[in-house]
Design a protein around this ligand. Structure first.
Ligand SMILES: CC(C)(COP(=O)(O)OP(=O)(O)OC[C@H]1O[C@@H](n2cnc3c(N)ncnc32)[C@H](O)[C@@H]1OP(=O)(O)O)[C@@H](O)C(=O)NCCC(=O)NCCS
Length: 193
């Protein structure tokens, strides 16, 4: 695990009222609030809270070494976070040797759900990942079968189901899904517009 500060960047992405701006060391209160928000945690892929400031910092600083981490702003207000991260799961890397695979993780405060903010953020991350970063494929990992909102947001941005992973008995979700968008498909969607 890493020590030290968050690895930051200078990328800001905008689409109408939705802005993705770099996550910084000034944002810990926001991030701790989101990670411990029961509405978000009950839908997100991990539900292991409550998280202390130290735990959040340790995990996010580690992620940030291989990711572009953003605060999602809606009309100038911080409403959530997302990141585009180098793929870190063996089950994907094994299946796609030599392929530049990334993943998107995202969470938004409940008050702001259903307004297209998630889809806009995902689309911006895909555009940035495929067109500026040269990613070959971008994944959404472990989307729970009882989280259709998340699946729909990714599908609206062009993602397709690529794997269904059965969960152990007793787990909250009986199945988790991986979704993917390939850069070739993303570029094809642009050409068709
Ligand atoms: C998942 C999340 C990022 C989506 O963001 P959002 O801003 O609410 O998403 P959008 O408004 O862009 O799109 C949601 C879509 O899901 C649809 N939807 C909502 N509930 C649904 C349901 N029960 N069944 C099917 N579709 C549903 C909405 O109607 C909308 O589609 P539409 O525009 O075609 O009507 C957000 O809800 C969130 O942060 N959830 C908690 C954390 C989480 O689950 N993170 C992802 C972990 S994999």
């Amino acid at each position: 695990m890493t020590s030290g500060r968050l690895s930051t960047h200078q990328v800001t992405l905008r689409s109408g009222p939705v802005t993705l701006r770099p996550l910084t060391e000034d944002d810990w209160d926001l991030v701790v609030g989101w990670w411990n928000d029961p509405d978000i945690a009950s839908d997100a892929d991990a539900n292991e809270g409550p998280y202390s400031l130290g735990q959040v910092q340790k995990i996010m600083r580690g992620i940030s070494r291989h990711a572009y981490c953003f605060v999602i702003e809606f009309e100038g207000r911080p409403v959530g976070e997302c990141w585009l991260q180098a793929m870190n799961l063996e089950r994907i890397l094994r299946r796609h040797p030599g392929v530049d695979c990334r993943r998107i993780d995202i969470e938004i405060e409940r008050t702001y759900w259903g307004r297209g903010i998630g889809t806009a953020a995902i689309r911006m991350l895909v555009e940035f990942g495929c067109e500026r970063e040269g990613a070959d494929a971008i994944f959404a990992m472990d989307v729970a079968n009882d989280n259709p909102r998340s699946r729909r947001a990714f599908e609206k941005a062009g993602f397709e189901l690529c794997a269904a992973v059965p969960q152990p008995s007793g787990a909250r979700a009986s199945t988790r899904h991986d979704l993917v968008i390939w850069a070739k498909r993303h570029i094809g969607m642009l050409a068709a517009e």
